[in-house]
Design a protein around this ligand. Structure first.
Ligand code: RRO
Length: 311
């Protein structure tokens, strides 16, 4: 009932993890393999391993989470080698890449090409937590340059992880760039960058790096994520799937994102809060909603959000 397809990749379940929480080590990736998640997505990898920012760097809050992890990861070779270990789960394994430069991204993408157990690459153009480094996808010229270079050498299904946009013109400008390339998917949205959550009693920031500024996830960002999913669903070529991420913790949240046009949904903050059992929980809730509404597949309602009739 929850099956879907991204490019030509079949997912038995349209719900899987967001890159970031609980997907850095082989043990965590195997736990995703054992769960009800429809795919396994890795933490964003850099060319060399990174320790990331000093702790505390991720904190759950009643409305979601704030993080400034700073791209801690085990290096791209680790996630490449993990592909063989994860093959037995028989679900797509997607590697997220977030090189510190275009040259690093090109090198990592080149090395991923021959590994048949990597179903796709999610190129992260939107990490908000690297001091001194802007989010690539807020620089439209640079994004076009990166994609031109990437697609000159890539043959795997490849999508991009986008930051949230807030201006209708920006959606159009970014969509116009993305539509020029043979992208398989876009994942929107990354955390809303550079929020500030504070402990008023202690009179201090919740996280330590960057004077407490960090990416927001969870309930704070669902409405922004829905708007980004909807806009890109409407503006991108239909061959480019939209993968939703942002504030999904229930079957209703997943349903809303699919109604806006998402072909799959990723779980970040809620995975961090509740562990890999969240995939079975959200799947059961989404299935119940679909059964109550008489839908047999997500294609029965995907993208079919009604808007108020013109006056
Ligand atoms: O590691 C991080 O600080 C991080 C990354 Br790469 C990202 O893409 N989004 C986020 O919220 N944190």
């Amino acid at each position: 009932m929850l099956q879907t397809k991204i490019a030509n990749i079949k997912l038995a379940n349209c719900i899987y993890n967001a890159s970031g929480p609980a997907c850095s080590s082989l043990e965590e990736l195997q736990a995703l393999g054992q769960s009800a998640a429809g795919a396994i997505l890795s933490k964003s990898a850099t060319l060399a391993p990174r320790a990331g920012n000093p702790a505390p760097r991720y904190v759950d809050t009643p409305w979601g989470s704030i993080n400034s992890m700073g791209l801690p990861n085990k290096g791209h070779a680790y996630y490449l080698a993990a592909a063989k270990e994860l093959a037995s789960f028989q679900k797509p394994y997607i590697v997220s890449l977030s090189g510190m430069s275009l040259a690093d991204n090109l090198k990592m993408i080149a090395e991923m090409q021959e590994e048949e157990n990597i179903a796709a690459i999610e190129l992260n153009l939107s990490c908000p937590n690297l001091p001194g480094k802007p989010q690539t996808a807020y620089d439209f010229e640079q994004t076009e340059k990166v994609l031109a270079a990437v697609f000159a050498q890539n043959n795997k299904p490849l999508g991009v992880k986008l930051p949230p946009y807030f201006d209708l013109l920006h959606f159009e400008q970014m969509a116009q760039i993305l539509n020029q390339f043979p992208l398989s998917f876009v994942s929107c949205i990354n955390s809303i960058g550079n929020g500030l959550v504070i402990d008023w009693e202690k009179e201090e920031t919740l996280i330590r790096p960057k004077d407490g500024f960090g990416g927001l996830g969870g309930d704070y960002i669902k409405a922004t994520a829905l708007a980004n999913v909807r806009q890109f669903y409407l503006l991108l070529r239909p061959e480019i799937s939209v993968v939703a991420v942002g504030g999904i913790k229930s079957g209703q949240d997943a349903f809303e994102h699919i109604l806006c046009g998402a072909k799959a949904v990723q779980i970040g903050t809620h995975l961090m809060k509740t562990g890999p059992s969240c995939f079975a929980q959200i799947s059961a809730e989404l299935t119940a909603i679909m059964q109550a509404k008489g839908y047999q597949s997500i294609e029965d309602f995907r993208g079919k959000l009604k808007t108020a009739a013109p006056i």
